[in-house]
Design a binder for this molecule. Structure first.
Ligand SMILES: *Cc1c(COP(=O)(O)O)cnc(C)c1O
Length: 228
């Protein structure tokens, strides 16, 4: 299957999932996860109408972005070390993976240097897996409050990467929990905190994520094929 054909299929699946749960498909954006794929694959997806891409590795992202002239929207979705934030400065529209105050502080500092506001999501490790980044949900309000006090930064929503399970139904409780957590944070009424985005769902479980309220689904393999 070509990238264009894969994208067409996925868009149809998104439409169908939205119809099943009575959502407007314009409220679900597809983030094409192009990590470990060459710039040519990104351009092929762009030619098929895809404008939003997600990358996970800072160096790889910067290299590829420089090779591409098209006006793409880039999101950063991977684990992020504070000392690499400066390389992302001004290049990404949204960082999905903010899981600690020190990282948010560095993003705030770097984006202020260019006089721009950084949009971020707070990432939670709802399965409490040692192998995954993400904050503990017990610290959600404390983290949201502290991050909200930083200048030049806006929390736009939440992100999660749940424990792997080949059966999407078993992942549903994590998606549901992320939505509840967004509600709890929203209820605190913090300044510069808007729970507009729920980033959840990948190639094999995005339909369930949509049913649970995802507004950003991060899909790699189903668009670009397996990564090596
Ligand atoms: C790689 C990655 C994805 C995409 O996963 P696929 O299973 O290939 O769709 C989504 N989210 C994050 C955070 C990733 O690192």
């Amino acid at each position: 299957m070509t990238i264009a054909a894969n994208l067409k299929d996925i868009r149809q699946q998104i439409e169908a999932a939205c119809r099943r749960c009575g959502r407007d498909s314009r409220d679900v954006r597809l983030v094409a996860v192009s990590k470990k794929k060459p710039a040519a694959a990104i351009e092929a997806a762009f030619m098929a109408g895809q404008k939003l891409f997600g990358e996970s590795y800072v160096q790889e992202f910067c290299d590829k972005q420089e090779q591409i002239d098209q006006p793409l929207e880039w999101h950063f979705i991977g684990g992020l070390q504070s000392n690499k934030v400066k390389y992302l400065r001004g290049r990404t529209a949204l960082i999905h993976s903010v899981d600690r105050l020190s990282l948010a502080r560095e993003i705030s500092r770097q984006w202020q240097k260019i006089g721009q506001r950084a949009d971020i999501l707070l990432q939670f490790n709802l399965g409490r897996e040692a192998s995954k980044s993400g904050a503990d949900e017990n610290q959600a309000l404390e983290l949201a409050r502290a991050v909200s006090e930083l200048p030049g930064l806006q929390i736009r929503g939440l992100m999660t990467l749940p424990p792997w399970d080949e059966e999407p139904e078993r992942v549903r409780p994590y998606f549901r929990r992320l939505r509840e957590l967004a509600g709890e944070i929203e209820a605190a009424g913090l300044p510069d905190v808007r729970m507009e985005e729920l980033s959840m769902g990948m190639s094999h479980d995005f339909e369930v994520a949509i049913e649970e309220g995802a507004t950003l689904i991060r899909v790699g393999t189903a668009i670009f094929g397996a990564r090596d």
